[in-house]
Ligand binder design. Structure first.
Ligand SMILES: Cc1cc2nc3c(=O)[nH]c(=O)nc-3n(C[C@H](O)[C@H](O)[C@H](O)COP(=O)(O)OP(=O)(O)OC[C@H]3O[C@@H](n4cnc5c(N)ncnc54)[C@H](O)[C@@H]3O)c2cc1C
Length: 422
């Protein structure tokens, strides 16, 4: 039976299941292999899903997927050691939901199954099976499963692709470590604490003084009865090893702005996972070859702009480009899969997003983001809102004073680069 398989997909995460769904819908025979006992069992994500990409392939997913809360309020805080400057918006431009992957991934994989995909869980793909130098299947538990094409959707820690020499190891700048806790908190308390109605949800992004002057960001999303709280820091910021990352999360939880938000919430789960953050420039130059292609985090498609983390929508977009290439490849003997995939990627929305944010990874390495900017905003706002026996200086004097204190050249440089990159 294995010889009849058109496509084997390794990993039933968002990328793998989306690709399986689209291929199966087009009539290809698809085997989706997941190492966890069920999809989502080994996935870790902050959990904010921007819906446009998935809505394109599953238009009614909002009504039937296990979603947590529709994000209706957005906060962005620039932290200093003792305080923060926070922007809040209730008029969000795009639709997004909080999700828990342990619930969401099985649902998405079930959509792929309903379209005709065979799902095999609790099985790890050990290696790729080669015939005359071409990828012709996979090896699981010593057995060879043959297919006309293999899709690597194994996530950020893409061991198989690296071990097989298809891609090289990422650099410390292009990969971050994400650490997340899921905290239980009563539904009513979530709604009171974050000023939400029954169905609304909040997303809170933190930047600034999290890892000294080194690059790092943090997030808090409200689920129905849980909070998702986490920190994401490039490996280059975590010079003291993974223990330093765990310390970062503890420092975040103890910060005076964050502490009251998680008060009395009980830690249910804790996990760490890699996040590719290299953007367009961090992608491997070879993304497909004879009999294989690579998608999602394994390819490195996640985008972190400092204001948004977009891995799941990018995973769906890459799955779509891959499915287009695979469907075309199975329909005709030529051209080759790499050519078809490169064409599909070049025309995809994924590519447009990656190009748009191609300079952001280097912008986020600028230490002024984490020190000078938060200090300037906090100082200037404190003076502007001052009402005491001292006469408040004119605005220009306040801005100049705090600008000088924070370092005028560094601040100006950061603002100019941000205008260009964001
Ligand atoms: C802390 C953190 C916060 C994040 N926050 C957000 C956010 O808020 N919004 C957002 O959009 N993105 C976020 N991301 C990024 C997002 O989670 C990823 O971009 C997304 O999950 C990528 O999907 P994927 O399908 O490519 O990989 P994954 O979701 O990692 O799925 C890969 C799958 O492959 C399976 N697998 C791996 N190897 C094998 C093997 N050899 N055999 C069989 N199966 C295998 C794994 O078990 C897994 O199920 C965050 C990531 C982290 C770590």
């Amino acid at each position: 039976m294995a010889d009849d398989i058109d496509v084997i997909i390794i990993g039933a995460g968002i990328a793998g299941s989306s690709c399986a769904l689209l291929c199966a819908r087009a009539g290809l025979s698809v085997l989706l292999i997941e190492r966890a006992e069920q999809p989502g069992g080994k996935s870790l994500s902050g959990g904010r899903l921007y819906s446009y990409a998935l809505a394109d392939i599953l238009p009614d997913f909002q009504t039937c997927a296990p979603l947590e809360r529709r994000i209706t309020r957005e906060h962005f805080s620039l932290l200093t050691a003792s305080g923060a400057t926070t922007l809040t918006s209730d008029s969000l431009a795009s639709e997004s939901w909080s999700v828990l992957r342990a619930r969401f991934d099985p649902w998405l994989a079930a959509q792929a199954e309903a379209a005709g995909t065979q799902l095999l869980c609790g099985v790890t793909v050990e290696s790729l099976y080669l015939e005359q130098g071409e990828v012709a299947g996979v090896v699981c538990e010593g057995d060879v499963l043959r297919a006309r094409a293999v899709v690597l959707a194994e996530g950020a820690n893409s061991e198989l692709a690296e071990r097989s020499g298809l891609i090289s190891s990422p650099t410390a700048q292009s990969v971050a470590l994400g650490i997340k806790e899921t905290l239980a908190l009563d539904r009513r308390r979530i709604e009171d604490r974050f000023h939400l109605d029954e169905n609304g949800g909040a997303a809170w992004l933190f930047s600034g003084h999290l890892c000294g002057s080194r690059s790092a960001g943090a997030f808090l999303y409200t689920n129905r009865q849980h909070l998702s709280l986490g920190v994401v820091a490039p490996l280059s910021s975590l010079r003291d090893g993974p223990a330093a990352a765990a310390k970062l999360l503890e420092m975040l939880k103890a910060h005076p702005v964050v502490r009251p938000l998680i008060h009395d919430a009980e830690v249910l789960e804790y996990g760490a996972h890699l996040v590719p953050e290299g953007g367009l420039r961090g992608l491997p130059s070879r993304r497909a070859g004879k009999g294989w292609l690579i998608i999602g985090d394994a390819l490195g498609t996640c985008i972190n702009t400092g204001l948004t983390i977009r891995g799941m929508d990018m995973a769906v977009l890459s799955a779509r480009a891959a499915a287009e290439a695979l469907i075309a490849r199975m329909a005709e003997a030529s051209p080759s899969l790499p050519v078809l995939y490169e064409d599909a990627l070049a025309q995809s929305l994924l590519w447009q997003h990656l190009r748009r944010y191609r300079h952001v990874p280097s912008l986020l390495q600028n230490s002024a983001w984490y020190t000078a900017l938060p200090a300037f905003c906090q100082g200037a706002l404190a003076d502007l809102t001052r009402a005491d026996a001292q006469v408040t200086p004119p605005l220009w004097k306040i801005l100049l004073h705090h600008g000088r204190e924070a370092g005028l050249t560094r601040l100006a440089g950061l603002i100019l680069r941000s205008l260009k990159c964001l």
